[in-house]
Design a protein around this ligand. Structure first.
Ligand code: ADP
Ligand code: ADP
Length: 238
C-alpha cells in the first residue's frame, strides 16, 4: 500500500537570474508506514520538495498522489483535510512556535482551529498528546523558551500529531539538537511510527541520522535525484 507517490515533480523559482530548478523532475513513492530519507547538501532542494508535497508551496509541474488519490491540484475543502492527514515537523520548533503560547496552548491549537470538540475533550487530548511524546504534565503552562531543545522538539511532534495525521514531513527534526538528545527524539519518532503506522519523508543533511532512520534513501543534487536505494543496500560494506 503506497502512501505517497510523486511523479515528475518540478518546482521552479523565478529569480532575477532566471528560473532556478529547485526540484527538477523528481519521482518516488513511499509505502505506508515506511520512511524515505532525503539527503543532500544545503540548497539541493530538500525543503522545497517537502513543502511542495504538503502544498505549502505550489508545484510547477508533475503529480502528487496521496493514498492513490491525485492531490496535485486541490480545492480549499480538500486542502483542509490534507492539512490534517499530512503534517510537518521542523528543525527548530522554537522558530515556528509562537513564543507567547504555553506548551498546552501550542499543542491544542490545531484542535482549536479544527473545532467540533469540547474544551474538556480538548484539554484531555492535549494531556494525552503530552504523555505520548514524553512531556511531563507539569510543563503544560511552561513556555518553549524555558525548555531545552529536546523538549521543544517534543512539543513540535505533539502538535504535529494532534490531528492524527498519516504522513509527516520531518525537515531536519534533530539537526538543531545535541547529539545525546538526537537519539532520544529519533527513538520517539520510531515508536510513534510503529504505533500509528505513520509514513515519513525524512529530510536531513546528516547521513548517520538517515542510516539509523530510513527504509529507503534518496540522494538529491541540484534539485535532481542522483541515487535512490534501500538503506541497507546503500550502506552495505563492499
Ligand atoms: P535544502 O532544503 O536542500 O537546503 P532548499 O529547498 O531550501 O534546499 O533550496 C533549494 C534551492 O532553491 C536553493 O538554491 C534555494 O536558494 C532556492 N530557493 C528556496 N526557496 C526559494 C524561494 N522562495 N525563492 C527563490 N529561491 C528559493
Ligand atoms: P531551509 O533550507 O531550512 O528551508 P532556508 O534558510 O534555506 O531554510 O530558507 C528559509 C526561507 O527562505 C524558506 O521559506 C525558503 O523558501 C526561502 N528562501 C530560501 N532561499 C531563497 C532565495 N534564494 N530567495 C528567496 N527565498 C529563499
Amino acid at each position: 500500500d503506497i502512501s505517497l507517490e510523486v511523479r515528475n515533480l518540478k518546482k521552479y523559482f523565478n529569480t532575477p537570474k532566471g528560473y532556478l530548478h529547485a526540484v527538477d523532475n523528481v519521482n518516488f513513492s513511499i509505502q505506508t508506514g515506511k520512511t524515505l530519507g532525503v539527503v543532500g547538501e544545503s540548497g539541493c532542494g530538500k525543503s522545497t520538495l517537502g513543502r511542495v508535497v504538503l502544498h505549502l508551496l505550489d508545484s510547477t509541474d508533475g503529480q502528487i498522489l496521496f493514498h492513490g488519490e491525485d492531490v496535485t491540484h486541490v480545492d480549499k475543502a480538500k486542502l483542509r483535510t490534507l492539512r490534517e492527514d499530512m503534517q510537518i515537523i521542523f528543525q527548530d520548533p522554537y522558530s515556528s512556535l509562537n513564543p507567547r503560547m504555553s506548551v498546552s496552548e501550542i499543542i491544542m491549537e490545531p484542535l482549536l482551529l479544527k473545532g467540533g470538540i469540547s474544551r474538556a475533550e480538548m484539554y484531555k487530548e492535549t494531556k494525552r498528546l503530552m504523555d505520548t511524546v514524553g512531556l511531563a504534565e507539569r510543563l503544560e503552562n511552561s513556555y518553549p523558551h524555558e525548555l531545552d531543545g529536546g523538549r521543544r522538539q517534543r512539543i513540535g511532534i505533539a502538535r504535529a500529531l494532534a490531528l492524527n495525521p498519516k504522513f509527516i514531513v520531518c525537515d531536519e527534526p534533530v539537526s538543531a539538537l545535541d547529539v545525546s538528545i538526537q537519539a532520544q527524539v529519533l527513538n520517539l519518532m520510531l515508536d510513534l511510527q510503529e504505533e500509528r503506522g505513520l509514513t515519513y519523508l525524512f529530510i536531513t543533511h546528516d547521513l548517520s541520522v538517515v542510516k539509523y532512520f530510513s527504509d529507503d534513501i534518496m540522494v538529491m543534487y541540484l534539485g535532481q535525484v542522483v541515487e535512490k536505494a534501500p538503506s541497507d543496500e546503500l550502506f552495505a560494506s563492499p
